[in-house]
Ligand binder design. Structure first.
Ligand SMILES: [Fe+2]
Ligand SMILES: [Fe+2]
Length: 287
């Protein structure tokens, strides 16, 4: 990892998070926040104000009445949801650049990430996780290391991509583990620490393919790991039986009831995924 670490340290154009995100994360971490401080911070960035109002008024949240001010949005959604909305919107914006290397389709990448985010939030709600909102953001960011790999290390990405197709590895992660001295989970962990993301998000990014039983934030990692596998089975609709053999046993047990009742809740979730993709990724571009 050392040489990769060095290369990551030396990258001059690795996206940085907008000031507003850093500020909101800091206030939340220090538990030093009031509605007026949150509003003041957001209102310094008018582009963010427009995006947040568009988000809270989108069908994704489904509020009946129109929300026209940031303070109304903060009061209705709460600090945690606002923090996650700001972080989600900013990160997608930072990495929206089009297809960076053959084989890596940025739109498909974000579609998968949004699907994992929505399913993670649903699973979080169903297992009564105390932070389903954070589950959403953790799901959205779980594979962020892949974008860094594709964008800044296209040669390494190509090796994995070719290996995945020529040697039929069962997954991207397994091809990476075999062919590289690093993987997208470790690269994402680096980025998360550099961005000073909340620890639960960093843990999920680092461990979504390699869950350790005694880790902190185990519940959230299990949720995102399970959501990742369910999302990979989702192709607009869920196939009859999701491919569960690659699921970690502890995670499978943790969401056992939800997996057994997929048919009941997944159709509505699939619709939410479509709504969320529409909001976060915009209308499909003409080809
Ligand atoms: Fe992954
Ligand atoms: Fe994934």
């Amino acid at each position: 990892m050392d040489s990769i670490q060095q290369k990551l340290d030396d990258l001059p154009d690795l996206p940085t998070l907008p000031h507003i995100v850093v500020e909101v994360n800091r206030m939340m971490a220090e538990q030093n926040i009031t509605v007026s401080r949150m509003c003041e911070t957001i209102e310094r960035d008018q582009v963010m104000v427009a995006r947040i109002l568009k988000l809270v008024n989108s069908s994704f949240y489904g509020f009946q009445s129109q929300i026209n001010t940031v303070s109304h949005a903060v009061v209705i959604l709460g600090f945690q949801t606002m923090q996650n909305a700001i972080l989600s919107v900013s990160i997608i914006e930072s990495f929206k650049k089009k297809d960076v290397v053959p084989g890596f389709d940025m739109t498909d990448f974000w579609k998968h990430s949004v699907a994992v985010a929505v399913i993670s939030m649903k699973l979080g709600e169903m297992v009564k996780n105390e932070n389903p909102e954070v589950c959403f953001t953790a799901g959205l960011l779980h594979d962020i290391g892949k974008v860094v790999l594709a964008q800044f290390f296209p040669e390494m990405f190509r090796i994995v991509w070719n290996g995945l197709h020529e040697d039929s590895y069962p997954s991207f992660y397994e091809a990476e583990s075999d062919l590289l001295e690093t993987d997208h989970a470790r690269i994402g962990d680096y980025l998360g620490r550099r961005w000073q993301l909340p620890p639960a998000l960093i843990d999920t990014i680092r461990c979504h393919h390699s869950i350790k039983k005694n880790m902190e934030n185990l519940a959230m990692v299990r949720i995102v790991h399970a959501a990742d596998i369910l999302a990979n089975t989702w192709q607009g609709t869920l196939r009859e039986k999701p491919v569960l053999k690659s699921m970690d046993q502890g995670a499978k047990k943790y969401v056992d009831q939800q997996i057994n009742t997929l048919k009941n809740w997944f159709p509505a979730t699939a619709e939410e995924i479509r709504q969320a993709c529409k909001f976060f990724l915009g209308p499909p571009e003409p080809r």
